[in-house]
Write a protein that binds this ligand. Structure first.
Ligand code: NAD
Length: 497
């Protein structure tokens, strides 16, 4: 960073082989936050080779689980030691508020703590095959060389959901953060080195998917690709990897419904519903895969509910994430803001009714940043692109329903299936609707929360595989069945000589 080498291959920091660099822009004001090395195809191939050598010839895959668990705990300690520095980098890079970045680093820490505990208690499965001479067991082994590709919205958080279980399982890996937001991951790999992760176990390259994609995904030396990002990229990677029969897990986008029934309940529950619908869609300016972008509200309360949303949305304080007074920051880049603006224009042309936002803020103090106002469209329907396609910005669409069946139908009417919310004071209805929704996470009278101990992932085109929880570790493991006969006898199906 800023002249120091940023690529980490085989335990050595190095510059790009062609000397290439990239300017990392602070989206709050358009300034250059840092200049980092930009890897070439050859650098990425070196990184895969280093991970391969560390897996095939190194000690890490066979390191006792207690030692692996201790290393994960040590990493968690260092994350907390460097919490403020990492949070500052994340805010400069993504634009999110410092308060959010601190929460991200705490969440990253909790993922390392969780897997430190889990790897220590995973046991082999012993099977009784009905023969006292046979010991049959299924053991877990590291899957091998992993390529870990992360997006820009939660740079270190998304990467930690991959690195922690991969290390815990005994894998070696190449991490590729988004080229838009690599800063926290570079700092984190320095921290891994300090913690004593052996050379070659974690390798780091940053650069565009176009430049590095072939080396990282169209590569028979790779055993597993864990990708988080957009649907189109996920599809491309899965196709390329299929040629090598490489296992792939893809965590993709979402178009997440938040269903509000008229029986929300007390005034406090109403207040919480308004607050959480807004939090669900406008936190981090809507750049959240599980953002509740589709409000599906019962007709009888819709006008009053939308009016309450608009009133509060207009009071959200926007500004540089470094300013403690800011409640939300900018979009990640000018390029991304242009995409959001195009979606808004298409919604208007399709007949959605703009009730607030729909433009850049007028405050001259924000003019240099990639800010966009919290935006709400009423009178939306499922034929509109703004209802079906992921915008990944601060845009809420409102659809209305008249009965429970229609609410469920609307909630499931998306090609994605990442997350959903349901608000009702009727527990039986809550349970019915939660079970009927085809989404990987469903919140009942809450929105947006998760824990390292519970699986995260999507139905439909939101992806396959799961991160976090025991399944998030199992993704990085192969299962081997060992059949051990302690008193071997002839099979006896032929006479022989
Ligand atoms: P993206 O697909 O553009 O990029 C994601 C990563 O893939 C980046 O590191 C990029 O450089 C890399 N990449 C691009 N093309 C590649 C290729 N051909 N081969 C290999 N790597 C390639 O996504 P983004 O814009 O960075 O992130 C936003 C998307 O991520 C949204 O769709 C969001 O919903 C999704 N997301 C999903 C989850 C989840 O848990 N399901 C979490 C966060 C973000």
């Amino acid at each position: 960073m800023n002249g120091e080498p940023d690529l980490y291959v085989g335990g050595q920091w190095r510059h790009a082989s062609d000397g290439g660099t990239r300017e990392i822009v602070n989206p709050a004001d358009g300034s250059v936050a840092a200049v980092v090395d930009e890897a070439t195809d050859a650098d990425a191939r070196d990184a895969v080779s280093a991970a391969r050598a560390a897996f095939d010839d190194g000690a890490w895959p066979a390191t006792p689980v207690a030692e692996r668990a201790a290393l994960l705990d040590q990493i968690a300690d260092l994350l907390q030691r460097d919490r403020e520095d990492l949070a500052l980098l994340e805010t400069r890079d993504t634009g999110k508020t410092l308060a959010e970045s601190r929460i991200d680093i705490d969440d990253v820490t909790s993922v390392f703590r969780y897997y430190a505990k889990l790897v220590g208690v995973q046991a082999d499965r012993v099977i009784d095959v009905g023969d006292p001479d046979v010991i049959s067991r299924v053991v877990r082994e590291p899957i091998g060389v992993c390529v870990l590709i992360a997006p820009w919205n939660y740079p270190l958080l998304q990467m930690s959901w991959k690195i922690a279980p991969a290390l815990g399982a005994g894998c070696t890996m190449v991490a590729k953060p988004s080229e838009v937001t690599p800063l926290s991951t570079i700092a984190f790999v320095h921290l891994l080195e300090e913690a004593g992760v052996p050379a070659g176990v974690v390798n780091l390259v940053q650069g565009s998917g176009a430049a590095l994609g072939a080396a990282l995904t169209d590569n028979g030396a790779v055993d597993f690709i864990s990708f988080t990002g957009g649907l189109a990229t996920g599809r491309t990677i899965a196709k390329v990897a299929a040629e090598h029969v490489t296992k792939v897990a893809v965590e993709l986008g979402g178009k997440n419904p938040h269903i509000v029934f008229a029986d929300i309940g007390t005034a406090d529950a109403w207040d919480a519903a308004v607050d959480q619908v807004l939090t669900g869609v406008f936190l981090h300016s809507g750049q959240v895969c599980s953002a509740g972008t589709r409000l599906i509200v019962e007709e009888s309360i819709a006008d009053e509910f939308v009016a309450a949303l608009v009133e509060r949305a207009e009071q959200i304080r926007m500004g540089d994430g470094m300013d403690p007074a800011s409640e939300t920051g900018p979009l990640v880049s000018e390029q991304h803001r242009a995409k959001v603006e195009a979606h808004v224009a298409s919604a208007i042309s399709e007949g959605a009714k703009l009730v607030t936002g729909g433009s850049r803020p007028s405050d001259p103090a924000l003019a240099a940043g990639s800010f966009y106002l919290p935006t709400i469209f009423d009178q939306c329907d499922r034929s509109m692109a703004i209802v079906q396609e992921e915008t990944f910005g601060p845009i809420l669409t409102v659809e209305r329903f008249t009965d429970e069946a229609e609410a469920i139908r609307l909630g499931n009417d998306t090609e994605y299936g990442l997350a959903a919310g349901v608000r009702t004071s009727d527990p039986a209805r809550g349970e019915r609707v939660v079970r009927a929704l085809r989404h990987g996470t469903v919140w009942l009278n809450d929105f947006g929360y998760y824990t390292a101990a519970a699986e995260w992932g999507g139905y439909g085109k939101s992806g396959n595989g799961r991160e976090l929880g025991p399944t998030g570790l199992a993704e990085y493991q192969e299962l081997k069945h060992i059949w051990h006969n302690v008193a071997p006898k002839p099979a006896g199906w032929f006479k022989g000589v």
